[in-house]
Structure formats: structure tokens, C-alpha cells
Design a protein around this ligand. Structure first.
Ligand code: GTP
Ligand code: MG
Length: 213
């Protein structure tokens, strides 16, 4: 953390300097992940990446999270793993695992944490595959390793998570139990869509195979 100051005492310019390598990591990774999609397209292959988004956490959310989680102010960059965040959206659940395999093979960063919230969905109904990577950015002062959270999910998982998040934000997470139950059911409905789309794709591919040979 800058000069070991508390997050509350940091000036706008100090925040800008602190967040600058995170901005760099997010924009570099966006380019790299989009290039994976491009390469599949160029080879006329089904791309496991539909689209990629990225963001750096706002100062306001960083300050709130450090307070809620009682994060040591000197360790913000190691204790908050999602200051830099990337999201990869896929068409099919199988694509998610293909993307994870691709990322495991890379040598431009190191995976430091993996959480499969698809095999083990969260109590809310949330599903996604989470990776935390250690990404080296090259600064004029030398190399700095930045933690980046990558969430990989289908379009249906993203649809659910986006709306659930905005509802949660509006209601400040204080839903009545009945609403939680209904939201969990909508997550299951979204997952049924994913499963059905995969089945339909498999059947079409099988039919095409029979037709070609
Ligand atoms: P954080 O303190 O938020 O980092 O929680 P964590 O470290 O226990 O969980 P993890 O890092 O694996 O997941 C946190 C992120 O996943 C959040 O910032 C959200 O983007 C997403 N997420 C997790 N659970 C939910 C959920 O129930 N609903 C939605 N919409 N997103 C979720
Ligand atoms: Mg986290």
C-alpha cells in the first residue's frame, strides 16, 4: 500500500497511481483473451470464448470491502484478489472447461487459485468458474505481479448473475427467504437452458456426422 497510509487518507492522485498497474493488467489481458477468440475464428473453429469484459474495482468498493472484510491496509494488493477482474462469457458449459485448460497451459501468468462454482454452486444458486492469477506487468520501475480474478461463465450464468447482482444491490442483500428461494429456482432454470443447449448441439453434431459419412 502507498506509504502505508490508510485507504481513507489516500488522495485521488495516490489512488490513481496505486490502480494504474491494475488498469494495465486488465487491458493487456483483455487483448490476450480476445486474441484467443480471434484465432479460433480465423481457423473456422467453434470459439469457446463468446466475449470478454474487464474492470478495475472502484475506489469506493475497495474502501467498503476493506472495511467489511477488515483487510490489513498494508496488504490490500495481496488480500483483495479482485481489484482487477476479467469475465469470460461462453456459449456452452463445456466451453468453460476448454477455456480453463487453455489458461492452464499459458506461461504469461501463474494460476494461484481455482474455484469451480459450477460443480459446487453457491447457496444463492450462483454458478461460474473462478480463477485467480498472478499476472506480471512491466512498469518503468520494474516488474509488478498483480492478482487478477477471472470469472468464466456461460451466457445463461451471466444473465442470472447480472440480474441477481443488480436486485441484490437495490435490496442491499436483504431479501426475504421466499425471494431467495425463487432466485435459486431461476438459477436452476438458467442451468437447465445450458444443459438443453449442450444436448441439442450434441444431437445436431451427431446427425451431421451421420450425414457426412
Ligand atoms: P468475495 O469476498 O466477494 O471475494 O467472496 P469470496 O472470495 O468468498 O468468493 P469468490 O471470490 O469466489 O467470488 C466472489 C465474486 O463472485 C463476487 O465478487 C461476484 O462477482 C461473484 N459472486 C459470488 N457469489 C455470487 C452471487 O451469489 N451472486 C452474484 N451475482 N455474483 C456472485
Ligand atoms: Mg474473492
Amino acid at each position: 500500500m502507498l506509504k502505508n497510509k490508510g485507504v481513507n487518507k489516500m488522495t485521488e492522485n495516490e489512488w490513481k497511481l496505486f490502480l494504474s498497474p491494475y488498469e494495465q493488467a486488465v487491458s493487456e489481458l483483455k487483448v490476450k483473451l480476445k486474441s484467443i477468440r480471434q484465432q479460433y475464428k480465423e481457423n473456422n473453429l467453434h470459439t469457446p470464448i463468446e466475449f470478454v469484459t474487464g474492470r478495475v474495482k472502484s475506489v469506493e468498493s475497495i474502501v467498503t470491502k476493506t472495511k467489511v472484510r477488515k483487510v490489513n491496509l498494508n496488504h490490500i494488493d495481496s488480500d483483495l484478489q479482485d481489484i482487477a477482474g476479467l469475465r469470460i462469457m461462453c456459449q456452452f458449459v463445456e466451453d468453460i472447461y476448454e477455456v480453463v485448460d487453455l489458461l492452464r497451459q499459458r506461461n504469461d501468468f501463474k494460476i494461484v487459485q481455482e474455484r469451480d462454482y459450477i460443480a459446487n454452486k453457491k447457496a444463492s444458486g450462483y454458478r461460474s468458474y473462478h480463477l485467480v492469477i498472478e499476472y506480471p506487468v512491466q512498469l518503468i520501475t520494474g516488474e509488478k505481479k498483480i492478482l487478477v480474478e477471472i470469472q468464466i461463465r456461460t451466457l445463461a450464468m451471466n444473465f442470472w448473475a447480472t440480474i441477481e447482482h443488480s436486485l441484490n444491490y437495490k435490496y442491499q442483500g436483504e431479501f426475504p427467504e421466499e425471494i431467495n428461494t425463487r432466485l435459486e429456482l431461476t438459477a436452476e432454470a438458467a442451468y437447465l437452458l445450458d444443459e438443453e443447449m449442450s444436448k441439442i448441439r450434441d444431437e445436431i453434431q451427431e446427425a451431421q456426422h451421420l450425414f457426412t459419412y
